[in-house]
Design a protein around this ligand. Structure first.
Ligand SMILES: [Zn+2]
Ligand SMILES: [Zn+2]
Ligand SMILES: [Zn+2]
Ligand SMILES: [Zn+2]
Length: 303
């Protein structure tokens, strides 16, 4: 078992256990949601590396790394096929297969027959997204780990690493438009439906079946993502501030509506709402502190 010390949002330490031969990761309940871009990139790098090892099915007596309790198997059926999660009965967390983790982040899609043919044409082989083993052209599942053959979406991966668009100028993001418009984002060439894996005109890679290939495509974003995690890129700070100020009138309206509801229900008007005073012009010492903090935060982001 490999213990990965990763970073979550706001610099929080997040510990993830990775079992390389079983192709599983352990997440303490909400850890998966908390990982920041550089941490997801690092985790995917470790997963890609683990795929060089032959797959081993998890031992029956596998235990929770926190309390050593036996784990219960939870089968999830989704449109991606069968996926498996091993949960601690005391709710300390769960093991997820690599494929399940990628699916949950919306980074993989099942292979169509056109995809299979296109992959064989381009790469000469299909790899298991979960364990990295080769999958024969017609197989419904991986012969080693039983995962459903899937494709990794490179543009979505880039987006998952960078939801705020700190690296949006990088060409890897240009491939995002391939999906919907069936048009190459990099060069504008029209793409035939079902073949959106690579632009025939400019060669931009859109989908791969090997995790290491997907990782290589987005690894170039690493330094920029790291810099953004340490100090947000100025254009994303401007966007955050705009979103925040656009939201204030909406919040005020919501509070007014809630208050009207309450007053209606109790048949009398309530005293001045403490919360509402945050959004009105009247003096409120708490609001002054809030605004001061906001200004300090904005200054810190920009300086
Ligand atoms: Zn293991
Ligand atoms: Zn436990
Ligand atoms: Zn496999
Ligand atoms: Zn193109």
């Amino acid at each position: 078992m490999q213990v990965l010390a990763l970073r979550g949002h706001y610099g929080q330490a997040v510990e993830v256990d990775l079992c390389a031969p079983c192709h599983l990761v352990w997440f303490d309940v909400i850890e998966s949601a908390r990982l920041n871009g550089p941490a997801i990139l690092e985790l995917i790098g470790h997963m890609a590396q683990a795929q060089s090892l032959a797959h081993q099915p998890l031992r029956q007596q596998a235990a929770c790394p926190r309390c050593r309790s036996g784990l219960k198997t939870v089968h999830n059926r989704s449109r991606w096929g069968r996926s498996l999660q091993l949960e601690c009965p005391k709710r300390h967390g769960a093991y997820q297969s690599f494929a399940e983790f990628l699916f949950e982040k919306g980074l993989v899609r099942p292979l169509s027959s056109a995809d299979r043919a296109a992959l064989i044409r381009r790469d000469g082989h299909i790899d298991c997204v979960n364990c990295g083993a080769p999958i024969a052209g017609g197989d419904a599942q991986c012969g080693h780990c039983r995962s459903v053959p899937s494709l990794l979406d490179v543009a979505r991966l880039a987006r998952a690493l960078d939801p705020e668009g700190a690296t949006e100028d990088h060409p890897v993001h240009a491939t995002a438009t391939h999906r919907g418009a069936l048009q190459c984002g990099a060069c504008g060439a029209a793409l035939a439906p079902g073949q959106a894996m690579q632009c025939a005109q400019c060669g931009a890679t859109l989908a791969v079946s090997r995790l290491a290939d997907a990782h290589r495509q987005v690894a170039v974003l690493g330094p920029q993502l790291q810099a953004h995690a340490e100090k947000p890129a100025p254009h994303t700070v401007a966007r955050r501030m705009a979103a925040l100020s656009a939201d204030l009138p909406r919040q005020r309206e919501w509070i007014l509506r809630m208050r009207a509801d309450t007053a209606g229900r109790h048949g009398g008007d309530e005293d001045d709402d403490e919360l509402l005073s945050w959004f009105t012009r009247r003096t409120n010492p708490l609001r002054a502190v809030f605004i001061a903090l906001l200004l300090w935060w904005a200054w810190w982001m920009w300086s």
